[in-house]
Design a protein around this ligand. Structure first.
Ligand code: PLP
Ligand code: ZN
Length: 419
């Protein structure tokens, strides 16, 4: 498979570089999967092949194909991922004291930002003649991979924690995947998936270790840079916001978003780079703790926001790079704050996100309290996952449903004053 625009895979720990056409997940110089690799590009080659107008009209992330680490001759496996709207959010912005936009990435084909990565991963798997793909996931990446595997006609085997929300287990079943619910944590499901990948040689979509997967997530950064500047489809804020906010689990999503924006700045397609704010749960705060050099980082993952319930993030180094390079910050929020944020986002703006997708709202509130984000700053939060993925949390956030008798009296008793 030819990758003329990719120059090397580079280890984030020791700096060793490897041939990008070699199938390698992590640097072999380090124990386990610690040696996470980054993908390096020849940007002259990328720009030569990139001829799209940055006019804010984005049909899918394949508009940025020249930036994606796939063979230029490969047929993309696509369900129309990317091209999600950037919406002004004035009511919620007023509540938070900022000029707010929401990049609603829950609008992706399987309801999650991860479709950007799955599309790239399955395109690569198909182009290299693989017929089985696998991943470990807190739920969303698994459901996403299953959708793209179905689209490509590949077999899909998934490792998810048995206590993942039902919606995230049901979805990949409908896509025809083998869903293996591991009686353990996400971290245990992850370790098992790695052993299995070695033993069976399936193509591994684990975004945190497969260096190419996170590269698909860069397109959310490309889109943000383009949409902010073009003012579309519904953004009246500045060309470059002061802050962009993501929740963090393994840490690859915020890194992908930052890297995409940074590339556009480096190439002169954006005037500046926003500061990135990473949001974690109080009960799963390893990246936040590492960023602020806390001595004993607990390997716990206890939060209602299951998508970011990660005790041992695999991409702490990449996430901290995004935070450091952008002069960013990290905050943690409680489960009550996350559920309140889910309800607030729905009520004020009509946007339905799962807990990890709504956590950035709570993060902005926390960052305002702590003086990290100033009043009036332009802030874009990225809602990464759809509320329909986890209806149990939605009910916890939204409150009780009223059950009524099928009689007009029941309505009159409640709304009499409206008559
Ligand atoms: C909805 C949602 N938001 C945020 C994240 C966090 O992404 P990352 O693990 O790349 O930090 C995930 C990952 O599962 C997710 O599914
Ligand atoms: Zn190394």
């Amino acid at each position: 498979m030819a990758l003329p625009h990719v120059t090397a895979l580079e280890c984030t720990l020791c700096g060793e570089t490897y041939d990008p056409e070699r199938e390698l997940y992590t640097c072999p110089e380090h124990e386990g999967v610690r040696g996470i690799l980054t993908v390096q590009y020849d940007y002259d080659e990328v720009v030569d092949r990139f001829d799209a107008d940055l006019d804010g009209r984005i049909e899918s992330q394949w508009k940025y194909r020249a930036f994606l680490p796939v063979d230029p001759d490969a047929d993309p496996v696509t369900l129309g991922e990317g091209g999600t709207p950037l919406l002004d959010a004035p009511a919620l912005g007023e509540k938070l004291g900022v000029e707010l936009g929401v990049k609603d990435d829950a609008r992706n084909p399987t309801g999650v930002l991860k479709d950007r990565a799955s599309s790239v991963g399955v395109t690569k798997a198909q182009a290299t003649g693989r017929d089985v793909v696998t991943c470990a996931s807190t739920g969303n990446a698994a459901a996403s991979l299953a959708g793209y595997a179905a689209r490509a006609g590949l077999d899909c085997r998934l490792f998810v924690p048995a206590d993942a929300p039902e919606g995230k287990l049901a979805q990949p079943l409908v896509y025809g995947a083998d869903v293996l619910a591991v009686e353990g944590t996400y971290d245990e499901a992850y370790d098992l998936s790695m052993t299995v990948t070695d033993r069976y040689g399936w193509y591994n979509r684990n975004a945190a270790i497969n260096p190419f997967l996170v590269e698909g997530k860069r397109t959310v950064g490309h889109e943000l840079a383009e949409q902010c500047r073009a003012g579309g489809p519904n953004w009246s804020g500045p060309d470059v916001p002061d802050w962009v906010v993501f929740s963090m689990g393994d840490g690859c999503t915020i890194y992908g978003g930052w890297k995409g924006f940074q590339e556009f700045y480096d190439l002169g397609f954006a005037d500046d780079v926003p500061r990135f704010l990473g949001v974690q749960a109080d009960g799963a705060s390893a990246i936040h703790d590492a960023f602020y050099d806390h001595d004993d980082v607990a390997e716990v993952a206890d939060t209602v926001a299951d998508s970011i319930a990660v005790g041992r993030p695999r991409n702490t180094v990449k996430a901290c790079t995004a935070l450091e390079a952008s002069d960013g910050a990290a905050v943690t929020v409680s489960d009550d704050e996350i559920l309140a944020a889910e309800a607030t986002l729905g009520r004020t703006e009509g946007i339905y996100a799962e807990p990890a997708g709504a956590a950035p709202v709570a993060g902005v509130e926390k960052a305002r309290e702590q003086g990290i984000i100033d009043a009036g700053d332009a802030v874009v939060i990225v809602t990464t996952g759809h509320g329909l993925k986890d209806t149990a949390s939605a009910l916890a956030a939204g409150g009780e449903v009223d059950r009524i008798a099928p009689e007009i009296a029941a309505i009159d008793a409640r709304y009499d004053s409206d008559r």
